[in-house]
Design a binder for this molecule. Structure first.
Ligand SMILES: *Cc1c(COP(=O)(O)O)cnc(C)c1O
Length: 370
């Protein structure tokens, strides 16, 4: 029956599998929600900035029945100052996921293809499949993007290349000089026919020495889209706001397929306040750096292989991941199985507060009998 309702490429889609919500686990296992820890969706364990919370309560009191600013004037002005690019180079999204969709809507169609890496962010495949485009998945190297192989995989019908740097769910990072070399090679081989989307959702967690001013690259490469999000380090996952930087011709295309009111009033406000709270961002960074050392140190002592992380989560090989995941859930701990990403022996663990990390390590060690 359903066969006649939708095109083949839509029926072929395996839906995105989100981290299990706390309330759902509480219902399933009869647990107290307050006793559950969720280390499954790379959210900020500090929540969001107190200043954001204050601004939102105040705004709730004066909420109007108006649509949001469809052009996000104020937020774009702040982002323009932050990245030193004109506001006309910025597209706002309902989360950066929205921007991945917009890029695929604007650039892909049946008869075209997109290139992305094995074990890369699952949405690249979904956004490509939804357009009926071919997806060219390039095998990973050491769990990360193999950019030379991705370059060679670009076909005559390729319109879009997705790169997550750092990557989710593996936590790997390609050094800036290699990304730059890739951008040069794509341009010299294919001109502006192929757009590269560089997804920097985890940029704020990089060691400062590893960071690069990718807004400068946007000025240099007319075929580059850089995306960022407020969901991770800024703690606004529930409000849904992200943005893309690209030169005007690409920005114009994204804007053509964008819903006019895709970013709501409170999200626009929260993003502005969050952007200004640099102390909160610094605390987030430090907490994450220490929590990463805590988790990776524990994995070492437990003799577990893990992928050294450049993000706010760690990918660890536990062997029988389904069993260990179930045992963790029984103990009120939610992490992320990644079999759907081609990693059936691994779990992805978001870095939490020190006491949350400790409780997870204790439970894991108990389950493994070590
Ligand atoms: C979390 C994530 C995003 C986007 O999340 P939004 O909440 O939609 O902004 C994008 N890319 C990667 C690689 C991510 O892990």
């Amino acid at each position: 029956m359903t066969q006649s309702l939708a095109p083949e490429h839509v029926r072929a889609i395996a839906p995105y599998q989100p981290g299990k919500p706390i309330e759902e686990l509480a219902r399933e296992f009869g647990l107290d929600p307050a006793s559950i820890i969720k280390l499954a969706s790379n959210e900020n364990p500090l929540g969001c900035s107190g200043r954001v919370r204050e601004a939102l309560s105040e705004a709730a009191g004066t909420l109007q029945g108006r649509y949001p600013d469809p052009n996000g004037f104020d937020l774009k002005a702040d982002l323009s100052a932050r990245h030193a690019v004109p506001a006309s180079w910025i597209t706002l999204g309902n989360g950066s996921n929205d921007l991945l969709e917009l890029a695929s809507l604007a650039l892909l169609d049946e008869g075209t293809s997109a290139v992305y890496a094995q074990h890369a962010f699952a949405v690249y495949r979904l956004a490509t499949q939804a357009r009926g485009a071919r997806h060219l998945m390039v095998p990973a190297r050491d769990y990360g993007h193999d950019l030379p192989a991705m370059l060679d995989a670009i076909a005559d019908d390729t319109r879009l290349v997705f790169i997550a740097n750092p990557n989710n769910p593996t936590g790997t990072h390609v050094p800036a000089d290699q990304v730059k070399a890739f951008l040069d090679a794509v341009r010299s081989r294919h001109g502006e026919r192929v757009t590269v989307l560089l997804d920097e959702a985890y940029d704020d967690y990089l060691d400062p020495a590893e960071r690069v001013d990718s807004a400068r690259w946007v000025q240099e490469y007319p075929n580059l889209i850089v995306t960022r999000t407020f969901s991770k380090a800024y703690g606004l996952a529930g409000l849904r706001v992200g943005y893309a930087l690209a030169q005007p011709p690409l920005t114009d295309l994204l804007n053509r397929v964008r819903q006019p009111f895709n970013v709501n009033v409170l999200a626009q406000l929260a993003a502005r306040v969050a952007l200004a709270d640099t102390d909160f961002l610094a605390r987030t960074y430090a907490l994450n750096r220490d929590g990463r050392a805590q988790l990776q140190g524990a994995f070492k002592s437990l003799g577990l292989d893990f992928v050294p992380s450049h993000t706010n989560f760690v990918l660890v090989r536990v062997g029988d991941a389904p069993r260990i995941n179930t045992e963790l859930l029984r103990r009120g701990i939610i992490v992320r199985p990644v079999a759907g990403d081609g990693l059936p022996q691994h779990l992805r663990v978001s870095i939490g507060l020190p006491q949350e990390n400790a409780r997870f390590v204790e439970a894991l060690s108990d389950i493994l009998g070590t």
